[in-house]
Ligand binder design. Sequence first.
Ligand code: ADE
Length: 394
Amino acid sequence: MCVQPQPILQREILTPLTDWFHAASRDLPWRRDRSPWHVWVSEIMLQQTQVNTVIPYYETFMARFPSCQDLAAAHLDDILKLWEGLGYYSRAKNLWRGANYVVNHHDGTVPDTYEELIKIPGIGDYTAGAILSFAFDAPFPAVDGNVVRVIARLTNSPWTQGNAKDKQCARSYVQNLLDHCPDQASLINEGLIELGALICRPKVPECGRCPLHQNCSALIEGTAEELPLPKKSKKRPVEDLTILVVRDNLSGRYPVRRRAPDGLLGGLWEFPYLDGHRSGEEVAVLLEDYGYETLDLRPLQPRRHIFSHLEWNMVGWAVSVKSMSLTDDPSSLIAPIIDGQELADHGIQYDDADYSFLTDPKDMDLIWVDAKELYEKAMATAIAHFRDEAIGNI
Ligand code: ADE
């Protein structure tokens, strides 16, 4: 059974909350235009990302794609390029899929019912509730991690971060508040989100400044800082990788490839990489095996990148190479790195066990681009650091 607010508590919570929101809420760009499209884009960007990081991305994105139709008509590559650095790139793809869905099924008008919204790719309970309440002032809860924390403390409930059942309890608590005051759905939902962001913060809640402090059970019991309970941390697997920023000395081009469309960093561009941490000598031997003489080899600063379920522990090399082209055809310089079969055809031994990036059939996607083209391609921040260090910002 989920804890529910007492009727008297509803009065004691709602007025202080909405008064506080009017007085203390931040002037954020997505609060100036509450069209469903603006709400949709901002709420997707705000998932797992700090407000200050989102602001410039949101402004650029809305200037470029002021309507759902504009995004639907855009090329996914251009969208990913604008999203570069914001992380969690599947959000951008889903937004694009969602915009196409709305164009195809609703003539480009974002629907105003829960049943229709929830069918749109990339829209779940939270985003549907945010669109319905912020854009249409309809009494649907929008409960994210911030709000779960606020309600867990208000009710002193021993909820665990990320627990679906606990979140459902928080939703039904908020639904109860909204039912009590259905014409203030937007204010109540955003008030709770804002309270979680500014006052009822995860580590150091500022209970002395909280408009709800008189009714906060966790404050009374002294448990505010402990709630919600942390989820048991699973150890993330760590992958060691060697990133190669290879520059063909003659053409000034770099080999890059696009990652598979689905999965981690799907559709983004990357440099070839090797499993494990490879020495400069190993890299030079590898490149020689594939027809490239190493002219210069420079280590790049090692970097770690933490994903939600995985960690990359990367070293990198900036390598300048000269093609020992097997043919006189200059176009071979811009062809994918010579594959194993081609080497075999020329009587050259190769061992593909170690160097999967050169022999894997999917690497036929490898293309060689100049620096300008390279910077036009969307790369994850994790990889773009190696690009910037090897080439410099152009
Ligand atoms: N986090 C999630 N949604 C938000 C919003 N609308 N304003 C500020 N922070 C948020």
